[in-house]
Write a protein that binds this ligand. Structure first.
Ligand code: ARG
Length: 459
């Protein structure tokens, strides 16, 4: 495709450089936003008397035609075009002649690309947030079914204290709600219009930046023309929110991987969300979660790309910044893929309540409660802790649990132990005694669930 800036040059650009320089393979994704931005710009140029109204009208009609043809596939993007901006403008000029040639008045590709990315991210993050909301709803629905499903809570991956599956799932709900909040927040901060910044130093034309900002649904114009075209901090912010979201999905995935192993057998994935082995007939692999865990590294890499790209750049625009799109679009694509598979995978998995309960019933998960029992009988916590520790050691040595240890053994360790110790260390007592706000008892979890439902409903 012939270069629009060809006037200054006496030679064609080397073919390899041309291909190297071209970004249409990845910024073609922004064609709708590019056209939308150009329609707003042309409207403003016409209204401000910078170009004739008739030309503005022709431009807008031409742009609408290009949009329709790209949408329908009647017009294909030219892979040799330098970028989406050049492609659309060239096509417009081909269709509407001189009017088309007036579109780029008082504009640069620098403010244009800064606009297009903002518009695209705004649209695509809305899609990510809708998927995230759906996942949150799946999780609270699952949690509501499992407020009584006892399971071990872990620290150091060692059984620690009893919780319920509802409580465990809700932990992720709050993490994901914060991820959504970070995305919403980043979009809010991004929602200022760079159009009118020109190449870097504004323009001598009497443009109306407030008009284009309003037409495109922005809060206001970006106040500084250099900042408007130079920064991609919003890409890094969104990249960070996406990377953290992936980190949360990855931790969750790691647990699912453990939970569906034969060692745990807490859950079983639906056949539609697992895969087999080419050689081992018994295998049912949790590939979805492993891929999510793997892709997390990729999204963290995208964030690293963005931060590293920016760190040494002098103001204002530098071509390095063309690399922003590959990174942020990849992060979005990976997150969308992950959310689309993780959600139905969770919704269809089978929970083995018996195995969860059995795991909680072993492993001295009630040892803290046994110590607390003595504290309630008047012992200082440190003494109670030590006595319980010796009881646990005795149980391990004799192949017993605290539930099966005879009362004489308890009394030998501490005369304050009575028959009611068995009631105090029963799993249900341990769990439902944890009534502190945010704790795992069914009552506390139901309150938590109501809070989560309200927060999700308000998204
Ligand atoms: N394709 C370019 C990008 O993505 C558009 C801006 C080009 N501006 C320039 N001065 N060469 O960054």
């Amino acid at each position: 495709m012939a270069k629009m800036w060809a006037g200054r040059f006496s030679k064609e650009v080397d073919e390899t450089v041309n291909a190297f320089n071209s970004s249409i393979s990845f910024d073609g994704r922004m064609y709708r936003q590019d056209i939308r931005g150009s329609i707003a710009h042309a409207t403003m140029l016409g209204d401000c008397g910078i170009i004739p109204h008739a030309d503005a009208k022709k431009i807008i009609e031409g742009l609408k035609g290009i949009l329709a043809d790209l949408d329908s596939g009647a017009l294909l993007m030219d892979p040799t075009a330098e970028d989406i901006h050049m492609f659309v403008e060239a096509e417009l000029t081909r269709r509407s002649g001189d009017a088309g040639k007036r579109l780029h008045t008082a504009r640069s590709r620098n403010d244009q690309v800064a606009l297009d990315i903002r518009l695209t991210l705004r649209d695509e993050i809305a899609e990510v947030r809708a998927l995230l909301k759906k996942l949150l709803q799946t999780l609270t629905k699952l949690a509501a079914q499992h407020t009584e499903t006892v399971m071990p809570g872990y620290t150091h991956l060692q059984r620690a204290q009893p919780v319920t599956l509802a409580h465990h799932l809700l932990a992720y709900v709050w993490m994901l709600l914060r991820d959504d909040g970070r995305l919403a927040d980043a979009v809010k901060r991004m929602n200022y219009c760079p159009l009118g910044a020109g190449a870097l130093a504004g323009t001598t034309y009497p443009i109306d930046r407030k008009q284009t900002a309003a037409l495109l649904g922005f809060e206001a114009p970006v106040p500084n023309s250099l900042d408007a075209v130079s920064d991609r901090d919003f890409c890094a912010e969104i990249g960070n929110a996406l990377a953290l979201l992936m980190v949360h999905l990855s931790r969750f995935s790691e647990e699912i991987i453990l939970w569906c192993s034969w060692e745990f057998r807490f859950i079983e994935l639906d056949d539609a969300y697992a895969t087999g082995s080419s050689i081992m007939p018994q295998k049912k692999n949790p590939d979805v979660t492993e891929l999510i865990r793997g892709k997390t590294g990729r999204v963290i890499g995208d964030l690293t790309t963005l931060l590293t790209m920016l760190k040494g750049l002098p103001l204002a625009y530098n071509k390095d910044m063309q690399e922003d799109k590959g990174a942020i679009f990849d992060a979005i694509d990976q997150v969308v893929l992950c959310l689309k598979t993780f959600d139905p995978m969770l919704a269809t998995m089978r929970v083995n309540k018996e195995n969860l309960r059995a795991a909680a019933a072993k492993g001295f998960i009630n040892a803290t409660d046994c110590a607390d029992y003595l504290v309630k009988k008047g012992l200082p916590f440190r003494d109670a802790y030590k006595i319980t520790g010796t009881l646990v050691a005795k149980c391990i040595a004799e192949g017993l649990t605290l539930e099966t240890l005879p009362l004489e053994a308890y009394k030998e360790a501490c005369p304050q132990f009575e028959e009611d110790v068995y009631q105090a260390i029963a799993l249900e007592t341990c769990l439902n005694g944890r009534i502190s706000e945010g704790g795992p008892s069914a009552a506390a979890v139901k309150e938590q669930l109501a809070l989560a439902d309200a927060a999700i409903g308000a998204l």
